[in-house]
Design a protein. Structure first.
Length: 320
């Protein structure tokens, strides 16, 4: 079956990626190695006409070469539903334009394509809010517009992490302690004076030594190692984009329990590739929009996580 599969990847400009670290490239290399035919599109290349999902697609070849990692052929217009797989890999933040794209991709799905991750899930599963579906897996968490309630939560827990709901890569993450004179301006900034929702979580001190760990789920099952992102000494954020150090560790019993709680729901929802962010014993985010971490774990442990994903997609296409 694999040799007959045509895959469309929807992503940010491929010429601007960092090939040595890019998870989407790892996925494409794995698909190409199986004989799959690759096509490339960006968000502006997708449209609907009379209910039909279309794309302006460029045939794509990829290489594991940091100086020459892709080549594109001449673009063609084609019905997206006639392709086997559409891999949605546009990076966050997930905004209104992305929501519109999921409508196009959902029509493509209805017209025959397997979309990974499923468009409805991309719309429904905000990476911070969706943790509320698994409160048994999470530290105390408040999502609110109320600056007063944020202050009460800080008073209850003594130290908290405050974040916008649409951020990525460590953007606009604040750590506050009781008595911090910046608390009001932080709450005002994140909520735009009470007009926007934001999230506040109890601070987890394990991040200092144990890091913010990314566990990758492929079709609901965890990869056996977690990517451990340890904050720089002068920073609170466990994000590689914010200067955190990349290490790794094997999954422990608690990790596997968290995955057993969340993985089946993600698989049932058609979310084939997901990243759980774990600090200590708790999940802090459920990343469904273009999660990363493949290249680092592949290099450290000789894994082929892109290959695991391609195998999972192939099983789904075959109805297994």
């Amino acid at each position: 079956m694999s040799s007959r599969v045509r895959l469309v990847v929807v992503m940010d400009p491929i010429g601007a990626i960092k090939p040595a670290k890019d998870s989407t490239l790892a996925m494409l290399l794995a698909a190409q190695a199986r004989g799959w035919e690759l096509f490339y599109a960006e968000l502006q290349d997708l449209w609907l006409r009379d209910g039909i999902a279309w794309g302006r697609l460029a045939p794509l070849k990829v290489a594991d070469d940091p100086s020459n990692w892709y080549s594109l052929g001449e673009r063609v217009c084609a019905r997206l539903g006639e392709f086997g797989v559409i891999l949605m890999r546009k990076d966050p933040p997930f905004d209104t334009e992305d929501i519109y794209s999921t409508y196009i991709l959902e029509r493509a799905q209805m017209q025959g394509a397997l979309v990974c991750n499923r468009p409805q899930g991309l719309r429904d599963m905000n990476e911070k809010v969706y943790t509320a579906w698994f409160p048994q897996c999470c530290a105390p968490t408040l999502i609110t517009r109320s600056m007063h309630d944020m202050g009460e939560f800080l008073g209850e827990h003594g130290k908290v992490v405050c974040k916008p709901l649409d951020g990525m890569g460590g953007k606009s993450i604040f750590v506050l302690e009781q008595g911090d004179k910046n608390r009001n301006v932080v709450f005002e900034t994140l909520t735009d004076y009470g007009s926007r929702y934001a999230i506040v979580q109890r601070y987890l001190p394990e991040i200092v030594a144990a890091g913010d760990c990314r566990i990758i789920l492929v079709d609901g099952e965890p990869v056996p190692f977690a990517l451990k992102r340890v904050p720089a000494a002068e920073d609170n954020r466990g994000n590689l984009a914010a200067g955190a150090r990349a290490e790794s560790r094997p999954l422990n019993e608690r990790d596997r329990w968290l995955c057993s709680q969340i993985g089946p729901a993600l698989r049932a929802a058609g979310m084939i590739f997901v990243g759980l962010d774990v600090i200590g014993d708790f999940v802090t985010e459920i990343n469904v929009t273009s999660p990363t971490g493949i290249r680092e774990l592949n290099k450290k442990h000789g894994l082929d996580i892109g290959g695991m994903l391609v195998e999972a997609i192939d099983r789904t296409l075959g109805g297994a």
